[in-house]
Ligand binder design. Sequence first.
Ligand code: AMP
Length: 443
Amino acid sequence: MQFSDLGLTPELLQSIEEQGYSEPTPVQQKAIPPILLGRDVMAAAQTGTGKTASFTLPMLQRLKGHANSSVSPARHPVRALILVPTRELAAQVEESARTYGKNIPLRVASVFGGVPIDPQIAALRAGIEILVATPGRLLDHIQSKMVMFHAVEFLVLDEADRMLDMGFLPDIKRIIAMLPHKRQTLLFSATYSDEIRNLAAQWLRDPVQVEVAPRNAVTETVTHTVYRVDSRAKRDALVKLLRHRDMRQVLVFCNTKIGANRLAYRLQKDQLNAAAIHSDRTQAERMQALAEFKEGQIRILVATDIAARGLDIEQLPFVVNFDIPSNPEDYVHRIGRTGRAGLRGEAISLVALEDFDALAAVEKLIKQKLQVAEMPPSGVDRQARSNEKQRDTDPLFHQPYVSAHRAKAQPAAEPRPLGAVASKKKEKQIAALFLPPASKPDA
Ligand code: AMP
């Protein structure tokens, strides 16, 4: 299927072509046509599936008639409200709406906490048609009467499951109560709990259901390796693994901020190149750590679920669960960051005795029994070696890390990660994912 088969206008087809997307992803194929017809849509899709374009493109098309170049704020009321759980996702969705809508003069802005409020107030005063927001900061603006919703035609709840996990439900309810009843509502969620289904039944009218992967599914391209480790020896075990296995860009998940901080500190003390991101770090610090990780300057990024959510750090070869998440759906989110687009990835979990209940909950959710192995003395076992061998044939492990956004500027490499496009401009190569065996890691 081609994008032109979906009924999108030439302006949008042009920006899609400029992005280098050759064909719509499954979620785009299924969600764009009903959204263009004005239907409510409830879609099960994770980050990395192309979900942002699946709602942004048809939304831009439906709002196109409102585009105008008047300087009067009254001519630019909020027409679409996109609620997202995190600042990072807000910034990414805003960027996508700008990119896809570059040939349609609709104004786009995002408001989220952790950054100065004044530029946001100035943008709201000037008038915005497409507003991307995290619920808390949006309520601040509502309270100071900076934003009106009388003209809202579109509501998008992006990563709805995560917004509920983060306790945003009361805020979202307050916001939705202020919106016109006559509107189109789109709900995107990586996982569907019964609560999400109940809320969708209240907020959406006769929604078209779009499912691109089975509910709570994990991709078959991810190898799960589970090591049984004494809880006090987890940090040593991880250091050992990182020293002995040929792992470059590694995203390590901890359940708590303090745990993430401690682990990053310990890794740094062990001369391993690590940084932590969690919600106590400022926006600037998080962005910097992420940028350095993408550039290959930081090898190990230690994250909490909330901080990592919505970050464009797809196509990773390794995800490590230092802690098993207490919410089993987080396991699906975490490992969804590896094994993308048919390429192989590995999810390594360190499991202590007290984690076995949480592991059982994960197994139940993903309907898969995970084999638990003892940690090999050297940190490397046969499974690891066989995974490494497999990687020899997989180009992902030999390419420099390219985030989906960065990929847009990269020369074509086969196979391309989702989001990667051919470009005439040759970009400077960055550190390879894996050093050749003779080189020293973290040098
Ligand atoms: P998302 O799931 O919205 O976070 O999208 C993940 C990445 O996929 C983004 O960097 C997009 O630029 C990219 N992308 C979206 N649609 C397509 C497509 N049809 N083909 C290739 N890449 C895409």
